[in-house]
Ligand binder design. Structure first.
Ligand code: NDP
Ligand code: 8X3
Length: 256
C-alpha cells in the first residue's frame, strides 16, 4: 500500500462535506494537509482540530491568479504535494434549462471546470518532477446519467470524467495517478447550496432514504490514494443502495 503518513495532501473545498471528512481521514494517517476553501473560520477550526501539520489557503478556486500564486508559494514543508483532491464544487439550481439563471451556469463552469483545471495545472509539474503524485477528482453520477434540471451541473461533471481520462493519457510514464470518483446522493451541504440556503427543501432530497455520508466518500478517496503505487483506479461510481436509474422518459401528446 502507499504510505500516506508521510504524504502531503491538498484538499480543495475542505470547509464542508467530502473535503472536511477527507481532511479528517488523511489526518488519521498522519498526513500533512493543505486545506483550501473560502470560509476562513472553518479552515481555522479544522486546523485547530487536526493533530497534524496543516497549512490553510483561504481562496476562491475560480481566481486563476490566486490559485497559481498560492500553490507556487506554499511553504517548503507543504510544497511537495503528493495527493490533490479536486473537490471544491457546487450545483446551483434545479430549473429546466430555458428558465435557468446564466450567472448560476457561469458559477458552476468557473468552479467545477476551471477551478479543477487551475489546481491541477498548478501541482502537475512538481508531481511529474518527483515521479509521484495522485490527482483525485470529484465527478458525479450526474456526469454520466442525465436528469431533469441537471443541465450544466451534469455537463461540468462530464468534463471532469473526460479531463481525468485525458490526464491519464498525458501522464503515462510519469507515475502520476489520476482518479475520478463519481458519487451519487450524499447528504452534505450540497443540496442546501443548490437550493440557495433553503434547508427544508434540501432535506426533502434525502427524505425516506439512506444517502451516502461524507465519511463514506472520504473512505473511498482515502482508499484509492492508499492503493499500491502501480494501481490506478480510473473512475469509480458509488451510489447509496436506495438510489438507482430511471427509465427513458417518453412524451406523448394527449390528443394523438
Ligand atoms: P459541500 O457543499 O458540503 O462542500 C463543497 C465545498 O466546496 C465547500 O468546502 C466549499 O467551501 C467548496 N467550494 C465551493 N465553491 C468554491 C470556490 N469557488 N472556491 C473554493 N472552494 C469552493 O458539498 P459536497 O462535499 O457534497 O461536494 C463536494 C464535491 O463533490 C463537489 O464537487 C460536488 O459537486 C461533488 N459531489 C457531491 C455529491 C453529493 O451528493 N453531495 C455527489 C457527487 C459529487 P467554501 O464555501 O468555504 O469555499
Ligand atoms: C451530486 C449528485 O445526483 O444530486 O453530484 O446530481 S446528484
Amino acid at each position: 500500500m502507499t504510505d500516506l503518513s508521510t504524504a502531503t495532501v491538498l484538499i480543495t473545498g475542505a470547509t464542508s462535506g467530502f473535503g472536511a471528512a477527507s481532511a479528517r481521514r488523511f489526518a488519521a494517517d498522519g498526513a500533512r494537509l493543505v486545506l483550501l476553501g473560502r470560509r476562513t473560520d472553518r479552515l481555522d477550526a479544522l486546523k485547530a482540530e487536526l493533530k497534524v501539520p496543516v497549512h490553510t489557503l483561504a481562496l476562491d478556486v475560480r481566481d486563476r491568479d490566486a490559485v497559481v500564486a498560492a500553490i507556487a508559494g506554499l511553504p517548503a514543508d507543504f510544497g511537495a504535494v503528493d495527493v490533490l483532491v479536486n473537490n471544491a464544487g457546487l450545483a446551483l439550481g434545479l430549473e429546466m434549462a430555458p428558465g435557468t439563471n446564466l450567472d448560476d451556469w457561469d458559477a458552476m463552469v468557473d468552479t467545477n471546470v476551471k477551478g479543477v483545471m487551475y489546481c491541477t495545472r498548478a501541482v502537475l509539474p512538481g508531481m511529474v518532477e518527483r515521479k509521484r503524485g495522485h490527482i483525485i477528482n470529484l465527478g458525479s453520477v450526474a456526469g454520466t446519467y442525465p436528469y431533469p434540471g441537471g443541465n450544466v451541473y451534469g455537463a461540468t461533471k462530464a468534463f471532469v470524467e473526460q479531463f481525468s481520462l485525458n490526464l491519464r493519457a498525458d501522464l503515462l510514464g510519469t507515475k502520476v495517478r489520476v482518479t475520478n470518483l463519481r458519487p451519487g446522493m450524499c447528504e452534505t451541504e450540497f443540496s442546501v447550496v443548490r437550493f440557495k440556503g433553503d434547508s427544508a427543501k434540501a432535506g426533502t432530497v434525502y427524505a425516506g432514504m439512506k444517502p451516502l455520508s461524507a465519511d463514506d466518500i472520504a473512505e473511498c478517496i482515502h482508499w484509492v490514494a492508499a492503493l499500491p503505487a502501480h494501481m490506478n483506479i480510473n473512475s469509480l461510481e458509488i451510489m447509496p443502495v436506495d438510489q438507482a436509474f430511471a427509465p427513458f422518459s417518453v412524451h406523448r401528446e394527449t390528443d394523438a
